[in-house]
Design a protein around this ligand. Structure first.
Ligand SMILES: [Mg+2]
Length: 343
């Protein structure tokens, strides 16, 4: 697998997972099944899907890597600036930790001090592409992941979870065969905070028994869906990937079926499978089902190519994002009302 194919696959895998999981975000597995059915397909608007913060942050990271990927400090400053303007575009569904951190960033806190003490999964959803980029450039991903993470989160668990996703992406690119034991070894090696230990021990045991991703989530107490706590969402997302490292349809469907923060978990799972199978290994109907702008399949592909070549990436201006968010706002509200009525 060449690095360009892997990086495009990671970006598009994230978009596919995000857009498929988004309508079910926040629902328990049973409620999501009741509202949207067993089969995972695009449901947001007339059988099409849109992306959310998970893919938009992936795009921003690719843009910053294209311009400053070899200078960590410049990368951090550029990404912080992009995230600040992304906030002004009124993104729906922004995480509370990210909102507080970007507000601090607007108030003058630097990219290494604006992050809040939150262990939300925000940094994990944008770090798979850093893993592939670092593999392509022959560098370790640690400094770039830390720069990306500290802008919004400075909890040790957030840093470790984000780095684990980047290192899993490197494994996906480099390994001849992705073995569950190798993926778990990456997590054990990276996630040192004591909070991870019960999840990782159970993960090894349940993977060895070929238990489904939903069964794993239930065994760790996430019966009402996977939370946005990074210690929950990263192991579940990685679990689904290790079950089906080269089968996007099964891996993404399984992680979404576990419920909860399904756009973010599916974005991470999709990115990891995408590293491995590239754009062509992602189901065509899922790629063509993404109906969004300005962050979509062509712009993500161009941004990934620009990141590797160091050329100018496609633009996603504030005016574009604001227009897009205002147009999709009624659909987001209609979904929220639909979920609320169901409750
Ligand atoms: Mg999201």
């Amino acid at each position: 697998m060449d690095c360009e194919t892997a990086l495009i696959g990671a970006a598009l895998g994230s978009a596919v997972g995000d857009s498929l999981g988004l309508p079910r975000e926040g629902l328990s597995p049973s409620k999501a099944r009741h509202l949207y059915g067993e089969r995972i397909e695009h449901r947001f608007f007339f059988g099409r899907g849109v992306v959310s913060d998970d893919t938009e942050h992936t795009m921003l990271v690719l843009q910053s890597l294209a311009l400053h990927g070899t200078q960590v400090d410049d990368f951090g400053r550029d990404l912080a600036r992009r995230l600040r303007w992304w906030l002004v575009g009124l993104p729906p569904g922004i995480g509370f930790g990210t909102l507080r951190a970007l507000t601090k960033s607007w108030l003058g806190f630097g990219p290494q001090s604006s992050g809040v003490r939150s262990a939300g999964n925000g940094p994990a959803m944008r770090s798979a592409v850093i893993g592939v980029f670092s593999a392509a450039k022959g560098i370790e991903p640690d400094a770039l992941v830390e720069a990306s993470t500290l802008i919004t989160h400075r909890d040790q668990r957030a840093l470790e979870g984000a780095l684990a996703v980047a290192k899993c992406a490197r494994l996906a690119v480099a390994a001849e065969t992705v073995l569950p034991a190798d993926g778990i070894a990456v997590l054990v090696d990276t996630c040192r905070h004591e909070a991870w230990a019960p999840m990782l021990e159970l993960m090894a045991e349940m993977l060895s028994h070929s238990a489904s991703t939903s069964d794993f989530a239930c065994r760790v107490g996430l019966t009402n869906g996977v939370s946005g706590y990074i210690v929950h969402s990263v192991p579940v997302a990685v679990y689904a990937w290790l079950r089906h490292p080269e089968d996007a349809e099964r891996a993404i469907s399984e992680v979404i079926s576990a419920g909860g923060d399904s756009d973010s978990t599916a974005a991470v799972t999709g990115a990891l499978v995408g590293c491995r199978v590239g754009e062509d290994g992602l189901p065509l109907r899922w790629r063509s089902g993404i109906a969004d702008w300005p962050v979509n399949v062509p712009s993500l592909r161009s941004a990934a190519q620009a990141a590797l070549s160091g050329s100018r990436p496609p633009r996603t201006s504030l005016a574009h994002m604001l227009f897009r968010n205002l147009v999709t706002m009624p659909i987001v509200v209609a979904h929220a009302v639909g979920h609320w009525r169901f409750w």
